[in-house]
Write a protein that binds this ligand. Sequence first.
Ligand code: ATP
Length: 137
Amino acid sequence: GNRTFTMLKPDAVEKGHIGAILDQINASGFRIVAMKLTQMTTADAETFYAVHKERPFFGELVEFMTRGPIVAAILEKENAVEDFRTLIGATNPEDAAEGTIRKKYAASVGENAVHGSDSDENAAIEGAFHFAGREMF
Ligand code: ATP
């Protein structure tokens, strides 16, 4: 697959890291196919993270993801899903490799700066959740 979906999460936007993170994404060979500043509603976040609804952190995750604007984007590159997850690093920034986006910009396992789809199938579902066809280039 050659596309993935990302969100720069509310913590990254609040701290003013949009530009630096997008620079690193571009410098790593990803082309921006679609992008916008938007804010998820509670219903949006509950739907987007439905797979986690039985997890103890679900309420905290929904609160966090809805507390302010995010940058949603679709990215294109050969092997996009896997290469983007390598670029962002482990879910917990303490475990993330040096130089990864989460190592540089994430504060904790919950407030971890960025999302990256975990499969080609989810990349397509998540991209379509946020963007209409005419918003994709
Ligand atoms: P993402 O789906 O955001 O790319 P991921 O695939 O690395 O992250 P998941 O295990 O799918 O990680 O968890 C989804 C999100 O839920 C995490 O990015 C994080 O924001 C939150 N989360 C995961 N584990 C915890 C936890 N133990 N405590 C609080 N929040 C958590």
